[in-house]
Design a protein around this ligand. Structure first.
Ligand code: NAP
Length: 309
């Protein structure tokens, strides 16, 4: 019998219990899944932030900590965590992110806010350019960024992407490293941020990098709040250098009531809903990783603790 502890907020247990049990059965795994297992008897921990486990030291026999979240910045620096840590790569999460990003990019591209007519507003015709003439930059060409870049390229946008290591993605001009960042920023009428929060990406969008964007650029951030120097973005919005920003993630969540983003007419705030891990598909990823752990095979989606993602 394999003991698996589910450590997340209580409401997550309600949505995950049945899909996890089904995925374990399908994988032929004999598992005792519970929210209450004595630490010394736990074989795997399914983890999400804000659950009961914060100290991993008592879990002396645990072979892995399996995150339900793609972003692991809340756990990666935990010094009590000596067990391997995996992050969530889930087809449902990626699909949701593609839909959210495509929706907000199309809102900007088509200037939808301007064109939605209300009674007594002027009948003004405005023809947006074709997608082929709109440049999109995607910072972060991992699981989610690549899926979004591909989908946007599929809509005919002129897409460039940026990552740490070199990439080759059909239909997307890929850049990497410090030199590549400038090229992507200069190419971004609409910039999408899908980097993880790490020491290296902290405030990657700052006064200097914002200045490299074309005048009137729009920003879509479903990545992490820490990617943006908020004061620099507000300055750039106030001068008009940045025309608009759609922000899903913030340094403090929920976004405090008195934060200037709420009142800014050129900022759209969404409450960290760009994409959710989907229990049905994610449970299969967790089951596969436990199967691998038991078979002595390498885990999928192992976090590089040094890089922080
Ligand atoms: P991922 O597969 O780990 O991809 C991260 C990408 O960022 C990779 O391409 C990586 O480059 C690049 N990168 C990391 N550090 C870099 C640096 N210093 N310079 C240049 N590129 C760098 O992660 P993912 O699954 O796509 O998820 C991305 C982020 O989305 C998560 O970390 C999380 O913060 C966020 N997210 C948000 C939501 C939401 O609802 N808002 C939902 C899920 C995830 P390499 O490819 O070279 O390693």
């Amino acid at each position: 019998m394999i003991n698996v502890l589910f450590s997340a907020r209580p409401e997550r247990w309600e949505t995950y219990e049945a899909p996890l049990r089904a995925a374990f059965a399908q994988a032929g795994l004999d598992i005792n899944l519970s929210t209450d297992v004595p630490p010394a008897e736990v074989d795997y921990i399914i983890y999400a932030p804000n659950g009961p486990v914060a100290d991993f030291a008592p879990f002396t026999r645990a072979k892995g900590v399996l995150s339900l979240w793609a972003g692991v910045e809340k756990i990666v620096g935990n010094t009590s965590l000596t067990q391997p840590l995996t992050r969530m790569v889930d087809e449902g999460l990626a699909e949701g992110m593609v839909e959210w990003v495509a929706g907000h990019v199309l809102r900007y591209h088509l200037d939808m806010d301007r064109d939605i007519c209300r009674r007594n507003t002027a009948w003004q015709v405005h023809i947006p350019p074709l997608a082929r003439d709109r440049r999109i930059g995607v910072l972060g060409m991992g699981e989610l960024g690549t899926a979004c870049a591909r989908a946007l390229a599929g809509l005919n946008f002129d897409v460039a992407g940026w990552s740490r290591s070199p990439k080759s993605v059909a239909g997307v001009t890929c850049h990497h490293g410090d030199d590549g960042l400038e090229a992507v920023l200069a190419h971004s009428d609409i910039l999408v941020l899908l980097l993880p929060a790490t020491p290296a990406t902290e405030s990657i969008l700052n006064a200097h990098s914002l200045a490299m964007l074309p005048t009137g650029a729009r920003i879509v951030n479903p990545g992490r709040g820490e990617l943006i120097d908020d004061d620099a973005l507000l300055d750039a919005l106030n001068t008009g250098h940045i025309a608009h920003a759609t922000l899903d993630v913030f340094r403090i969540e929920p976004l405090p009531d008195d934060h200037p983003y709420w009142a800014h007419s050129n900022v759209t705030v969404t409450p960290h809903i760009a994409s959710e891990t989907r229990p049905g598909t994610a449970a299969k990823v967790i089951a596969e990783n436990i199967r691998r752990g038991e078979a002595g095979e390498p885990f999928l989606y192992l976090v590089d603790r040094k890089a922080g993602y």
